[in-house]
Design a binder for this molecule. Structure first.
Ligand code: PLP
Length: 446
C-alpha cells in the first residue's frame, strides 16, 4: 500500500496540531493514515487505500458511514434551518422521551457535548446530591479526559493523578479498585462508606479489554451503594445502545444504576453526551436544583435529530440482530483462528463489540466457545485465562498488537484500533463478505 499522501499530511499536521492529531489515540506508528471518506463499512484514505473499518469512530457509528435516509434527512433539515439557537427545540424532548422509554433506570436526562462532559457532570451531581466527596472507580476503567478519574491506584486503592497537570490533592477523593474484585470494594466501603458519593463504573470495561463482570459483581456494587447511601453510576458511553440494544447494558445485566452517562451512539455520530437517571436525582442540576450545569452547544438540534432518528431506526429495523450476529461470527471465527495459530490469545466481547487480547497463557482445552455476552461464568471453558480486570489486560503482550499485528491487518485492508486496549465495533453496514475477508486477514496476520 502506498501512504505517501498520508505521510505528507501528517508532516503538515505536526507543524500546526499538537502531536499531529486532535485526540491522542489517533496517533499510530509510524504515522496515522488520513481518511478521505467513508463508504458503508469501509474508509478510504488520502492515498486511495480502502479498509474494512472496525474502529467506527471509536463507537458512535452504529450504521457505519452511510446513514439511513431518515437520519440524513433530519440532519440536513435541521442544519439548513440554522445550526443552533441557544434555546430549547422539540427534537431534544423527542430524544429524551425515547431514551426514558427504553432505558430502565432513566426518567430524565441532561444532554451535554461529550462523554467526558457527561461523566464530569454525573460526578458533580453525585457529590452535590450526597454532600460527599469520594468516588470509587475501577482500575482500567475510562471515563474521559476528566480530573477525577485520570488516576492510578496504589496498593491500598488510594490514587494519584495518572497525568501531569492534575493536582495531587484532587486524587485524594478518588479510590480505584480492581474490576470484579468484590473483596476490594467491600474493604473500601468498610473504611470509607460514609464518605463515598458514588461508584462510577462501565458495566463492561470497554477501554481496557473488553472485560465482562463476573456473576454478582454489579449486584454487590448495587447493594453496597444502597447500604451506604452512595449512588451507583454506570458509564454507558460505549455500551449505551450497543450492548443490550435499546435497553443498554443495564437492561441486559439486570442491574439498575441510579445515574447513567451516555455518549457516542446517542448522538448518531455527532458530538454528544448525556446524563440520565431518576427524576429526583436529575432535578439536582440547575435550574431545577443547585448543582451547576450548563453548555452553549448542549442539546444541539443537529445532534439531537441524528440521535433520535438513529435510535428510532434501530427500533424499527433489525439493526441489533444484524450487528450482533456478525459480532458473534467474528468472535467465533477469530477464536477458531487463534485455536490453530495462537492458542494463548483470548477473544473477548459481546453484541457488536470484539477484541483479541494477546494473553500469554493457553487454556487447557479449547472445547466449547466462550459464551457470547456472558457475564464471566466459571462454567466457561476459557474462564481461567480470560481477563477479569484491567491488570490482566495490561499483562498481555500489548506492544505486539500495535507494533506487529495492527500493522499487518492494516496492510491487509482491515482497520482495527491501533492500541491493544480499545474495542472493535461492527456496524449495520458490515456484511458477511467483510467478515470473511477479516477472518482471512486474521489468519494471515496472526
Ligand atoms: N466514558 C467511556 C466509557 C468512554 O469510552 C469514553 C470515550 O471513549 C468516555 C467516557 C469519554 O467520551 P468522550 O471521548 O466523548 O469525551
Amino acid at each position: 500500500m502506498n501512504h505517501d499522501r498520508s505521510r505528507d499530511l501528517y508532516d503538515r499536521a505536526l507543524s500546526v496540531l499538537s502531536g499531529g492529531v486532535n485526540s491522542s489515540v489517533r496517533a499510530s506508528m509510524p504515522y496515522p493514515f488520513f481518511v478521505e471518506r467513508g463508504d458503508g463499512a469501509h474508509v478510504v484514505d488520502a492515498d486511495g487505500n480502502r479498509y474494512v473499518d472496525y474502529v467506527m469512530g471509536y463507537g458512535p457509528l452504529l450504521f457505519g458511514h452511510d446513514l439511513p435516509e431518515p437520519v440524513t434527512a433530519a440532519v440536513q433539515g435541521h442544519a439548513s434551518q440554522g445550526p443552533m439557537y441557544g434555546a430549547p427545540t422539540e427534537v431534544e424532548v423527542d430524544l429524551a422521551e425515547f431514551v426514558a422509554r427504553h432505558v430502565p433506570s432513566v426518567e430524565m436526562l441532561r444532554f451535554v457535548n461529550s462523554g467526558t462532559e457527561a461523566t464530569v457532570s454525573a460526578v458533580r451531581l453525585a457529590r452535590g446530591y450526597t454532600g460527599r466527596d469520594k468516588i470509587v472507580v475501577m482500575q482500567g476503567g475510562y471515563h474521559g479526559a476528566q480530573e477525577s478519574t485520570l488516576v492510578e491506584a496504589e496498593g491500598d486503592y488510594s490514587t494519584h493523578p495518572s497525568t501531569p497537570g492534575i493536582p495531587e490533592s484532587f486524587a485524594e477523593h478518588t479510590v480505584a479498585v480492581p474490576f470484579n474484585d468484590e473483596t476490594a470494594v467491600r474493604e473500601v466501603f468498610a473504611e470509607h462508606g460514609g464518605e463515598i458519593a458514588a461508584v462510577l463504573t462501565e458495566p463492561i470495561l470497554g477501554n481496557t479489554g473488553i472485560v465482562h463482570p463476573v456473576d454478582g459483581f454489579h449486584e454487590t456494587l448495587r447493594q453496597l451503594c444502597d447500604e451506604h447511601g452512595s449512588l451507583l453510576v454506570f458509564d454507558e458511553v460505549i455500551t449505551g445502545f450497543r450492548v443490550g440494544g435499546l435497553q443498554c447494558a443495564q437492561g441486559e445485566l439486570g442491574v439498575t444504576p441510579d445515574v447513567t452517562t451516555f455518549g457516542k451512539i446517542i448522538g448518531g455520530g455527532f458530538p454528544v453526551g448525556a446524563v440520565g437517571g431518576r427524576a429526583e436525582l436529575l432535578e439536582g442540576f440547575t435550574p431545577a436544583g443547585g448543582v451547576f450545569q450548563s453548555g452553549t452547544f448542549s442539546g444541539h438540534p443537529v445532534t439531537m435529530a441524528a440521535g433520535y432518528e438513529t435510535l428510532k431506526y434501530a427500533a424499527e429495523h433489525d439493526v441489533y440482530g444484524h450487528v450482533n450476529a456478525l459480532g458473534e461470527r467474528l468472535r467465533s471465527g477469530i477464536q477458531d483462528v487463534c485455536e490453530e495459530q495462537a492458542p494463548e490469545y483470548t477473544v473477548v466481547g459481546t453484541d457488536s463489540m470484539f477484541k483479541t487480547v494477546f494473553t500469554r497463557e493457553a487454556p487447557e482445552t479449547f472445547e466449547g466457545h466462550c459464551e457470547a455476552g456472558c457475564t464471566q461464568r466459571e462454567s466457561c471453558p476459557r474462564y481461567d485465562v480470560c481477563p477479569k480486570n484491567g491488570a490482566d489486560v495490561n499483562a498481555a503482550a500489548t506492544d505486539r498488537w500495535e507494533r506487529v499485528f495492527w500493522q499487518e491487518m492494516k496492510e491487509r485492508g482491515v482497520w482495527l484500533t491501533a492500541n491493544q486496549f480499545e474495542s472493535q465495533f461492527v456496524s449495520y453496514a458490515h456484511t458477511e463478505e467483510d467478515v470473511e475477508r477479516t477472518l482471512e486477514a486474521y489468519k494471515e496476520a496472526l
